[in-house]
Design a binder for this molecule. Structure first.
Ligand code: HEC
Ligand code: HEC
Length: 319
């Protein structure tokens, strides 16, 4: 029996740790009107940006590109970047850099270095330098020009449904663990007796230790069915900063196909038939792959994965 884990599991097994998006609110500037400035108001110095550029070249260029254009990580320049940061303060940008970047060695930058890099990023965004350097104390008062309309409240009440994760984070955090329950069904019978406590946390042991066996299979099918439409939520970006191709017919069709298959997965789970369940793994793998081979695992630039090729080419707008 073949276990069609494919590139999905391989990437997961590499343990690529990606820090989740910090949940940051837009700072209210009321009461500080006198100090509030836009990043366009010459808030950093040219020397500062130059120092930042050197750090950037050494530590960031591999993932964000030599022109800040984005490779594995998102672009740090251009309209898409500025609009994604609209309304947020320079403090949030510096925190993001200092606390989570470079991706593999977070916390390695000192505060002044992170601020210098932020100055370089502002320069790359065509915001002109001024006479004085950007200081830590001023970061909160300096904001990107607002551009994003506030998310509409959901029908049921005041909780707004707005994308905060990039698509890769949504896949890794939600889709991947739920799908693994089905991929593992080839090895493990969910009807088998639950091992005596304590049950170690282990994906092959269903990744679930509380809601065990068939119950966790039911939940995984329902979770896939209900969360897959989030692939189409407007406004989400891919890891490389491109907008998720939510308007593309193929992307929409393959999303719908996964929703439909999840409905079938639930039916099969309800039959409590291990053999039937194990038979679904291949189809699930194919449903993931139908979209991945077009939008994820592509390199049109001829560059390899290690050169950032595949990641930079992800999420192209293909009809
Ligand atoms: C190993 C690859 C890698 C390296 C090296 C790296 N980054 Fe990133 N960066 C990413 C990825 C992936 C994301 C998207 C995930 C996230 O936001 O955490 C990201 C996100 C960001 C963001 C948020 C952009 C946005 O629009 O949300 C900033 C700012 C950033 N990186 C700055 C830096 C800086 C500055 C450095 C160098 C000190 C750096 N990165 C080094 C991969 C990398
Ligand atoms: C409609 C298209 C689509 C479908 C269906 C889909 N994915 Fe994805 N997936 C993507 C795209 C596009 C990316 C790259 C996202 C990015 O770079 O931000 C991705 C990324 C991922 C990643 C992160 C990979 C990495 O390089 O770190 C995982 C894990 C993943 N998908 C798992 C799954 C699984 C499991 C399924 C099926 C149950 C699935 N996906 C179905 C489009 C899809």
């Amino acid at each position: 029996m073949r276990i069609p884990l494919g590139p999905v599991a391989v990437r997961g097994a590499l343990g690529v740790a990606v820090a989740g998006y910090a949940l940051v609110g837009v700072f209210s500037l009321t009461g500080h009107a006198g100090q509030a400035r836009s990043v366009a108001d010459g808030v950093y110095s040219a020397e500062q940006a130059q120092r930042g550029q050197q750090l950037y070249q050494a530590q960031c260029v591999a993932c964000h590109g030599d022109k800040l254009q984005g490779l594995i990580g998102p672009m740090l320049t251009g309209e898409a970047f500025v609009s994604a940061w609209g309304g947020r303060s320079a403090a949030v940008l510096v925190d993001k850099i200092q606390n989570t970047m470079p991706l593999g060695a977070p916390g390695s930058l000192m505060r002044p270095q992170a601020i210098d890099i932020a100055a370089y990023i502002l320069q790359g965004g065509s915001f002109k330098p001024g006479q004085t350097a950007l200081a830590d104390a001023a970061l909160r008062q300096v904001t990107f020009p607002a551009s994003r309309p506030a998310a509409a409240p959901a029908a049921g009440g005041g909780v707004a449904l707005a994308p905060t994760a990039n698509l890769a984070q949504l896949m890794r955090g939600v889709t991947f663990p739920n799908a693994n329950i089905f991929f593992n069904a080839q090895l493990k019978d969910p009807g088998a007796e639950k091992p005596k406590a304590p049950v170690p946390f282990d994906y092959v042991l269903w990744g679930q230790t509380v809601y065990y066996g068939w119950q966790s299979v039911d939940q995984a099918a329902l979770a896939l069915q209900e969360t897959t439409p989030l692939f189409l939520l407007p406004g989400r970006r891919c890891e490389n900063g491109r907008p998720v191709p939510v308007g593309n017919a193929t992307y929409q069709r393959t999303t719908q196909a996964l929703v439909d298959l999840s409905r079938e997965l639930y039916k099969v789970a309800q039959s409590r038939n291990h053999e039937a369940l194990a038979g679904m793994a291949e189809r699930l793998n194919e449903a993931c792959d139908a979209c991945h081979r077009i939008y994820r695992d592509v390199s049109t630039s001829g560059k390899s994965v290690s050169e950032g090729g595949v990641s930079a080419d992800r999420c192209r707008q293909v009809p």
